[in-house]
Design a protein around this ligand. Structure first.
Ligand code: CMX
Length: 134
């Protein structure tokens, strides 16, 4: 793992949360992007080289909708930048972590992403992400 790439925060209403975080951070979000496969609409803020990703569910069976229903709004995941995501996945599996997919998927912000089950990481949903090479 190279560095924290972003912190994901589950919100009920992205437009309202964008206003609130802009007030808190003193600058607006720099982009909004939907990821249909994950059932989310996201927005990004940047603070000191780290991104904050706000996540709003776009359908009832989205992981974010389930999360908010069970636990309310709040920190949803911690994402680490990696180089060579397949190799990192193999190493995590060897170390006993539980990968939530067999292969990386396309995520927001031009990334390939994979998640580790929070049950095996002290209740924290961990994402590994790698910039897509275009
Ligand atoms: N952080 C910590 N714990 C979480 C969690 C999260 N984000 N999401 C779910 N859990 C916990 C639940 O609270 C529940 O705990 P208990 O068993 O103690 O009650 C347990 O995990 C199972 O939760 P569930 O609601 O029954 O949900 P599922 O088992 O169906 O799914 C998970 C859980 C993590 C496998 C699923 O949410 C997942 O695949 N997440 C990865 C994908 C994702 O989150 N995508 C959205 C973001 C996309 C993006 O960033 O672009």
């Amino acid at each position: 793992m190279e560095k924290i790439e972003h912190i994901g925060i589950a919100v009920k209403n992205l437009d309202e949360a964008n206003k609130l975080f802009a007030k808190l951070l003193g600058k607006p979000h720099y982009k909004i992007e939907s990821v249909a496969s994950e059932g989310v609409r996201t927005s990004f803020f940047e603070v000191g080289g780290i991104k904050i990703e706000l996540l709003e569910a776009t359908r009832a069976d989205s992981p974010v909708a389930k999360f908010i229903e069970k636990r309310g709004e709040g920190i949803h995941h911690l994402a680490f930048a990696v180089q060579g995501i397949e190799k990192e996945m193999d190493q995590c599996a060897e170390k006993g972590f539980h990968l939530l997919a067999d292969a990386p998927k396309d995520g927001a912000d031009n990334k390939r992403i994979v998640f580790l089950h929070p049950k095996y990481t002290n209740g924290v949903l961990v994402e590994m992400c790698e910039e897509k090479k275009n």
